[in-house]
Write a protein that binds this ligand. Structure first.
Ligand SMILES: NC(=O)c1ccc[n+]([C@@H]2O[C@H](COP(=O)([O-])OP(=O)(O)OC[C@H]3O[C@@H](n4cnc5c(N)ncnc54)[C@H](OP(=O)(O)O)[C@@H]3O)[C@@H](O)[C@H]2O)c1
Length: 238
């Protein structure tokens, strides 16, 4: 599905990857671009309409879906991360609940609210922003990894369920991006603009999944190995 002449709604679009998606949609000639964000104050970007949405708040999600009822491409981008000591840390449960509320339940809430509008169109799409972390052992990111793995699973069920009404569901997996989320982490990072471009190209090519950097491509390629990357990460990966 091409972006040109479509109506896009992106969650978490005031900064980072979400803003890169919104700007790239404008550049590709989208009819309307809604940028979902928790605080719309001072947001001023040519061709982009800010819409208030907190994905943890069902009332705000419902109001945003009503405001943007003409959406044909939903991008579930909003996400949060947190570092913990390890999977047995005392704050594991509290951090997991907070992260699941945004990264898993939030994604599902927004999808449920927008789906009736999407289904009314002859063609529509949902892009879910996932991560390479679903296949990567990083104990300090355990709550984040679990929430993204749950979102990956939801994406796979959703894709199958929505095949009949013809809604394209695209899962985006990517490693470290150069955004606020990875401030202070000193590793090579991919540009969010590059990821937005690759993702929209994959959508146009009718793909169901995209691995948006070399590390994620390498990691996924190990999944059927005798010792896959989620047991022993491939050499040279970050
Ligand atoms: N950065 C990476 O290395 C990386 C790698 C793989 C996947 N991802 C995923 O990419 C997506 C975008 O992340 P990013 O790197 O652009 O991070 P970011 O710069 O920290 O942006 C996160 C965005 O999510 C929004 N958000 C957080 N909680 C929200 C809520 N309850 N309701 C609505 N919006 C909320 C934030 O809004 P506020 O400004 O109000 O906080 C912000 O707009 C996330 O799903 C993330 O998990 C990132």
């Amino acid at each position: 599905m091409d972006i040109n002449n479509e109506t896009i709604f992106v969650t978490g679009a005031n900064r980072g990857l979400g803003l890169a998606f919104a700007r790239e949609a404008v550049r590709r000639g989208a009819k309307s671009v809604y940028a979902g964000m928790r605080n719309t104050d001072g947001f001023d970007e040519p061709g982009i309409v800010p819409v208030r949405i907190d994905v943890t708040d069902p009332a705000s999600v419902g109001a945003a879906a009503a405001t943007a009822a003409d959406t044909t491409i939903l991008i579930n981008n909003a996400g949060v991360a947190a570092l913990i000591d390890n999977p047995l840390a005392a704050d594991f449960e509290a951090q997991s609940k907070a992260l699941f509320d945004v990264n898993f339940y939030g994604l599902a809430r927004v999808t449920q609210a927008f789906e009736p509008g999407l289904s009314k169109h002859h063609h529509a799409a949902i892009i879910n922003v996932l991560s390479d972390i679903v296949w990567l052992p990083r104990p300090y990111l355990t709550p984040y990894a679990a929430s993204k793995a749950a979102a990956w699973s939801y994406t796979n069920q959703l894709r199958f369920h929505l095949a009949e009404p013809g809604i394209q569901v695209l899962g985006l997996h990517v490693g470290f991006l150069d955004t606020d989320l990875t401030n202070g982490i000193d590793v090579p990072k991919t540009s969010p603009v590059d990821v937005a471009i690759q993702t929209f190209d994959a959508l146009a090519a009718k793909k169901s999944e995209i691995m948006a950097d070399k590390g994620t491509v390498l990691l996924k390629s190990t999944l059927s190995d005798e010792v896959p990357g989620y047991i022993t990460p491939p050499a040279g990966l970050y």
